[in-house]
Design a protein around this ligand. Structure first.
Ligand code: SF4
Ligand code: SF4
Length: 484
């Protein structure tokens, strides 16, 4: 049912030692910066005065267009004002600066990180009356395909001693509320859950889904050479992840449930092919690890599934996320569970630097965007990669080698887009192909001239998007004039 394409290239995975060690639970930062933009929405503070006290669970800001979407304080502290921070996708964002009572590590467990009851209050405000009850999970209705079983075989090469089975009794016996998709969406919205796989609000995806979905899946695929936060989150929170998946399946009428795992990296960590009626689909393939989904399949990330379970089954808000801090410059790569709003420099310092650092990338060495050490953990961030000074290449001119063309999984001839971009020729056939880019970063990875081709292609796609918007606006203006 789920599979990886045969295209792409084989990359050296460098997920160890971060994946082998336990997830480190970071202290509450002494000064936190809560982003006022996430999931493409802007938030506006309300009722905050500089120097005023802030309490954990207090609503600090609302989305302008929808007051049910809020930013809730993870901390007790003092509001210090607005600070600007660099964001990899939105350039610069405003953040609420909060001086916390943290830093001493007294509130570092997952239970303490939750503001219980806030979700229930939010649901009551918005009119949702979540029904509590015993799980009525109707079980799997479909088997994985032969391909899924074949790929799972590729993952089971470690000795039994190395394997940590996912204990079924823990997972299958937990009672779950019986909720509809719209009730799940309300809870996901009140909790402000972002799906780490695409940076979109989970409630939007749940509202778009319907009972006609054929399967529900959670992806722990860490598509980047250094990142392992998806796998680490699955191993640490298997009960919650499975619970979140079962809630979705239940709301979809009991569709089949799947957890996608990248076989090579999980071979020694996760044994077996199922957890009860949840299929473990172990995929092995080349980069980009983009599973081909069957029509009508619903898929979210591991951390989003865990947060959904927390919000719906435990009435808890999840203020933390697991982030892989790694890269050639990092001395002690680790998966760290950190509060939203924690300065990235604190996570890097915890892992120590072995070599002189060059660029710091958010998310991904292949398609990651630069951030600065003073940036902060934002919702959906799953990896920080610190490259060495030497790895930060300086680009020279394109030599027309064609490597980017050969490697591109979308066959869109990146070097021609680069040429058209430099010549400002935005009407050409080649240039228009930029819109099909999936941002895998392979063209930049293979370019011997060190050109960030993927970035140029992404910019080109933006140019086309803006041009289409202007054209649309001009057409509408023309129609209005005609009607007058
Ligand atoms: S052009 Fe886009 S899809 Fe093609 S290799 Fe580059 S980043 Fe990947
Ligand atoms: S890989 Fe780099 S140098 Fe080679 S054609 Fe593409 S852009 Fe030019």
């Amino acid at each position: 049912m789920f599979n990886l394409p045969h295209s792409g290239i084989k990359l050296n995975l460098r997920k160890e030692p971060a994946l082998s060690g336990p997830v480190f639970c970071a202290d509450m930062p002494k000064t936190a910066f809560l982003p006022l933009k996430s999931g493409g929405k802007d938030f506006y503070p309300e009722g905050l005065k500089i120097g005023s006290e802030v309490q954990r669970g207090q609503i600090l800001a609302y989305a302008r267009e929808d007051r049910e979407l809020r930013i809730i304080s993870p901390f007790d502290g003092i509001y210090e004002g607005i600070a600007e921070k660099k964001h990899p996708y939105y350039r610069r964002i405003s953040c609420l600066q909060i001086s916390t009572s943290g830093g001493g590590g007294e509130e570092t467990t997952e239970d303490e990180a939750a503001a219980e009851g806030v979700i229930a209050d939010a649901a009551a405000i918005s009119g949702t009356d979540a029904v509590r009850g015993t799980a009525q999970d109707s079980g799997a209705t479909e088997d994985v395909t032969a391909q899924g079983e074949e790929t799972s075989a590729a993952g089971s090469v470690m000795s039994e001693d190395d394997k940590t089975a996912l204990e079924e009794e823990d997972i299958l016996d937990i009672p779950l509320p019986d909720m509809t998709l719209s009730q799940l969406a309300e809870r996901a919205k009140a909790a402000g859950i972002i799906d780490e796989t695409d940076g979109v609000f989970l409630y939007e995806k749940l509202l778009e889904a319907d009972e006609s979905c054929c399967a529900a899946a959670v992806s722990s695929l860490d598509s980047r050479p250094f990142a392992s936060s998806g796998t680490a989150a699955l191993l640490k929170y298997k009960k919650e992840v499975c619970g979140g998946l079962r809630l979705i399946s239940q709301a979809m009428g009991g569709v089949s449930k799947h957890i996608l795992i990248y076989g090579e990296e999980c071979a020694g960590k996760i044994a077996g092919d199922s957890i009860g009626d949840i299929k473990l689909v172990k995929l092995v393939g080349n980069y980009p690890f983009m599973p081909m989904l069957p029509d009508g399949a619903f898929i979210i990330g591991v951390q989003a599934a865990k947060a959904l379970y927390d919000a719906c089954a435990d009435d808890k808000l999840n203020f933390k996320q697991i982030i892989t801090v790694s890269g050639s410059a990092v001395g002690n790569p680790q998966n760290i569970e950190a509060y939203i709003g924690t300065p990235i420099i604190e996570l890097i310092e915890h892992c120590s630097l072995d070599l002189r650092p060059g660029r710091i990338l958010a998310d991904n060495v292949m398609m990651g965007q630069s951030i600065s050490a003073s940036s902060v953990v934002f919702p959906g961030l799953s990896a920080i990669t610190v490259l060495t000074d030497k790895e930060t290449r300086h680009a020279t001119a394109c030599i027309g080698c064609g490597r980017c063309v050969n490697v591109c999984p979308k066959k869109i001839m990146p070097c021609y887009i680069l040429r058209d971009y430099q010549n400002e020729n935005i009407n050409g056939e080649d240039f228009r192909r930029a819109q099909s880019c999936i941002g895998c970063g392979l063209c930049s990875y293979v370019c011997p001239s060190g050109i960030n081709v993927a970035k140029i292609v992404a910019r080109s796609a933006n140019v086309l998007r803006r041009a289409a918007l202007y054209e649309h606006a001009a057409r509408q203006g023309g129609q209005q004039e005609e009607s007058v």
